[in-house]
Write a protein that binds this ligand. Sequence first.
Ligand code: ZN
Length: 224
Amino acid sequence: MPRAPKPFELPPIQPHPRYGAAPTRSGLGLDADELCAGFWRYAQGHVLDARLRLVRQPSGAVAPRSTFYLFLASAIAADTARQRYGVFPRRHYVDILRRCVRCGTWFLFFAREQRHWYETLGFWIDADCVHCLDCRKADQRTRRASARYAERIVRLTELGLRELTTLLRDALLLADAGLLKDRHKLARLRRVGRDHGVPEALTLALSALLDGPDSTGSRPKGTP
Ligand SMILES: [Zn+2]
């Protein structure tokens, strides 16, 4: 009798506040071929059964960075009438384990999360989730900071202390993300901040940015 294949060992998974940190079970009872026939991209994944044994390999070569795993037991049926697609809908959603393309963290893109994306939020069916939740949240924070910064910097001299404090905080966040490199602007913000008494920690952080060894605007990505 052939030896049963060893079950896949789950890596540490970033917890999701709503869906948890482990694949779920739906009781739908699909087989791997049925699952993969339900959406073109699924055929590029490793399919694992309820006991985490590999039951289907990716068809074709997949770059190691693009490796992902599908948990067959988590598959749920989709309501394709509510999806936005060109030719092929997704007939099923399934918990997908993959690595964030930015930070390398393992995360689950949950079947129920996909249903929310594609049936409630109206995302295009081929829109893929390649960033972990922490990176998606960081992106949202950066976008909000960027919009607020653009709106406030043009009326710098009219800002009250609270708005000015937020502006300096936003500037620091954007500078850290490599999106704000104008040293004159940063120096001016520091000066106005000092004159109006924003918390010293913020003007000191701006000083560190302006005077630090890596103050050329080329701070390495991911520097805290
Ligand atoms: Zn990430």
